[in-house]
Ligand binder design. Structure first.
Ligand SMILES: [Zn+2]
Length: 372
């Protein structure tokens, strides 16, 4: 009902605008629209290295139905970069964050190394709260592409510096060494405190709702699941979402399940599967939030597939097929260029159907915000 009402108002505004320029009625309509519906919250989830085989593994190796099953609007994206058909996380995340494809290793810059505005920066300018959660160093390629602009993904110390300037409201991940053991001798933890951040370097404590919150918990990345990581990804995501909801302003949040990729590079099926299941569990947490806060859109995708994975027959020691078991096979320890699934739920979810380039995801997110 509410949506239909809004549509009628918008149509009348357009006809008035075409007929006789700006009228008082049009201004009233715009005001009505604003007060009726807050801007859309965006949760963007990246399972680094998560192609369709990785998603499939949740259906064969997990317990119960995966949360992936809750999505009804699903598309596929083509991930190539401008320099290589097979991309990396830097070019992949820059395509998502800026709407432009770029060269491998680029962070928030165009193919001629010029800085490009990111979705996080643009929405911040529109009054959005911003958040980043990653299992890697918070300066690693995927999170960095949302706030930093550097020519090469390995410029961690410069990226950390740019994170201070970006004034992200909530971030959680690893990477202490890039903040406090730096070549320039700066201590960026002091810089965060000078900006009145609540900084925690030990644990995911309760955020301070009146301040920005930073959690940098490990020297580099957090441990993987097989190394004993507990529920960091679910907890950090939930803390961030509750913080944003308490502050009653729209928000953009990126959540990365980083080690699906690392499982692929290591050709470690146990690591890959455990990380996919952990990411799926986090999707469950996020979808619960979307149910309680319907003015939200969640998009779950990946930058590329890693490992050239297939799920095939399992055999016993004598070489006999085990009919009710399957096994993960790796074809490479590198990224591949398979089409990547895009799952969407919430307002604007239908925009994500079809097959498109990875940078279109940025434009679809912006379109969802403008239309909802
Ligand atoms: Zn990788």
């Amino acid at each position: 009902m509410k949506r239909d009402f809004k549509k009628i108002l918008v149509f009348s505004a357009i006809s008035i605008a075409i007929g006789c320029g700006k009228t008082s009625e049009e201004k009233t309509t715009a005001a009505t629209k604003e007060s009726e519906e807050e801007p859309l919250n965006i949760i963007f989830m990246v399972g680094d290295g998560m192609g369709i085989p990785q998603v499939s593994s949740a259906f064969y190796f997990g317990e119960g139905e995966p949360n992936f099953k809750q999505f009804e609007n699903i598309g596929l994206s083509r991930t190539s970069s401008t320099s290589h058909l097979i991309t990396d996380s830097a070019a992949g995340a820059t395509a998502f964050s800026t709407g432009k494809k770029t060269y491998k290793r680029a962070i928030g810059v165009s193919s001629d190394t010029l800085p490009l505005p990111t979705i996080l920066e643009q929405l911040k300018d529109r009054g959005y709260q911003t958040g980043l959660v990653s299992l890697t160093s918070i300066t690693h390629a995927t999170p960095a592409a949302f706030y930093a602009h550097v020519e090469d993904r390995d410029m961690h110390e410069e990226i950390a510096k740019q994170l201070i300037d970006a004034e992200v409201d909530f971030f959680a991940g690893g990477g202490k060494k890039y903040f406090r053991t730096r070549e320039d001798g700066m201590n960026l933890f002091d810089s965060l405190k000078a900006k009145e951040y609540k900084l925690d370097t030990l644990e995911l404590s309760k955020p301070n709702n009146d301040r920005r919150n930073a959690y940098v918990l490990t020297e580099e990345g957090l441990p993987s699941k097989p190394e004993g990581r507990k529920d960091f990804l679910q907890q950090a995501s939930k803390l961030g979402l509750d913080y944003f909801a308490a502050n009653n302003k729209p928000f953009f949040m990126m959540i990365e399940g980083s080690y699906i990729d690392w499982g692929g590079h290591a050709k470690d099926d146990n690591m890959m599967i455990q990380e996919v299941l952990d990411f799926d569990k986090t999707i469950g947490v996020v979808l619960d939030f979307v149910k309680a806060h319907p003015n939200t859109l969640v998009v779950v995708t990946a930058d590329h597939e890693t490992g050239g994975v297939s799920i095939g027959k399992a055999y016993d020691e004598s070489g006999k097929e085990i009919p009710q078991q399957v096994q993960v096979y790796f074809n490479t320890d590198q990224h591949s260029t398979e089409l990547i699934p895009v799952f969407a739920k919430g307002k604007g979810e239908e925009l994500f159907r079809g097959i498109y380039e990875n940078n279109e995801i940025y434009h679809k997110l912006m379109q969802a915000i403008d239309e909802n």
